[in-house]
Design a protein around this ligand. Structure first.
Ligand code: AMP
Ligand code: ZN
Length: 119
């Protein structure tokens, strides 16, 4: 599996840096954000290194689809309230102007009762 030597999220996916794991399969890894912006805030990442959404191509459509399909399932398991009164926010920051701080593709999933820290 491709990884980037100095990538924080590659190390987290490999278990080399500890995280509070939410989910893992052969392809994807999910873990709680270290600075939660909402009562529920976790990140879904591919185990293989992909720098951002700007690098994806048609070959990544299945992977991206599986990340999105996983989001609502894990959101409920982690305590987000059911749609439509509950729900959750999904965010993918891309590049400097997109507010991306960690250069390994990740989907933020945020939810739970408001108010939240951001938004
Ligand atoms: P972004 O700005 O979209 O790149 O988001 C990066 C997110 O990663 C931020 O919300 C950070 O709080 C989170 N983060 C950074 N380091 C860690 C870590 N070691 N474990 C869990 N989350 C982290
Ligand atoms: Zn990486």
């Amino acid at each position: 599996m491709s990884h980037s030597d100095n990538c924080l999220f590659c190390k987290i996916a490999a278990g080399a840096i500890p995280s509070r794991k939410v989910y893992e399969d052969g392809e994807l890894f999910a873990f709680h954000d270290i600075h939660p912006a909402a009562p529920v805030h976790f990140l879904i990442i591919p185990k293989a290194h992909l720098a951002s959404l700007a690098q994806v191509g048609p070959e990544d459509a299945g992977l991206l689809g599986r990340m999105m399909v996983l989001a609502p399932k894990l959101a409920l398991e982690q305590g987000c309230n059911p749609y439509p009164k509950g729900g959750f926010r999904t965010v993918i920051n891309t590049g400097d102007e997109g507010g991306q701080e960690v250069q390994h593709l990740h989907v933020h999933v945020m939810g739970g009762p408001r108010p939240w820290l951001k938004g």
